[in-house]
Design a protein around this ligand. Structure first.
Ligand code: CMP
Length: 143
C-alpha cells in the first residue's frame, strides 16, 4: 500500500489547525500510520529541504520549519501521495483552490501550513528521514 509523508508546519500548529487538518485526511479515507509532535533540528530541516539548497528562500525555509513544533505524519492509502496533495492544494495558498487546506486557511507561500511528499521517491526518502521503522504502525481499518 502506498505511503506518504505529511508535516503540519509551525504556522498550522500555532493557528490551532492540527485537528482540522488531520480530520481532512481521515474523512477522505486515508489511514494514519505514523504521528509525532516534535521540534525540528537544523540538521533535519536542512536534509528535508536539501533539494531547495540553492534557492534564495532556503535560509528562510529552514528558519521557519525550526521555529516551533510540527506534526510529522505518515499516511497510507491507494494513491495517497497524489491524493494528499489534492487535499492540501497548490503550493501558493493564494492560488490554491477553495476547499483545499491551503486554499481555505493560507495566504502566504512561506506560511502554507503543511508539507506533503510530491512523488514516490520523495515519499520514501522523507518517511525514512523523519521516522524509524518501529515508529510506524502497521494496521488496516476493519470498517
Ligand atoms: P513545501 O511543500 O514545504 O516545500 C518547499 C517549500 O518552499 C514550499 O512548501 C513553500 O512553503 C516554500 N516555497 C516555495 N516557493 C517559495 C518562494 N518563492 N518563497 C518562499 N517560500 C517558498
Amino acid at each position: 500500500m502506498e505511503r506518504t509523508f505529511l508535516a503540519i508546519k509551525p504556522d498550522g500548529v500555532q493557528r490551532k489547525l492540527v485537528g482540522e487538518i488531520i480530520r481532512r485526511f481521515e474523512t477522505k479515507g486515508f489511514t494514519l500510520v505514523g504521528l509525532k509532535f516534535m521540534n525540528v533540528s537544523r540538521e533535519l530541516a536542512e536534509s528535508h529541504y536539501g533539494v531547495h539548497r540553492e534557492r534564495p528562500f532556503f535560509g528562510s525555509l529552514v528558519e521557519f520549519i525550526t521555529s516551533g513544533p510540527v506534526v510529522a505524519m505518515v499516511w497510507e492509502g491507494d494513491g495517497v501521495i497524489a491524493g494528499a496533495r489534492k487535499v492540501i492544494g497548490a503550493t501558493n495558498p493564494l492560488t490554491a483552490e477553495p476547499g483545499t487546506i491551503r486554499g481555505d486557511f493560507g495566504a502566504n507561500i512561506g506560511r502554507n501550513l503543511i508539507h506533503g511528499s510530491d512523488a514516490p521517491e520523495t515519499a520514501q526518502s522523507e518517511i525514512a528521514l523523519w521516522f524509524k521503522d518501529e515508529e510506524l504502525v502497521n494496521w488496516s481499518p476493519t470498517i
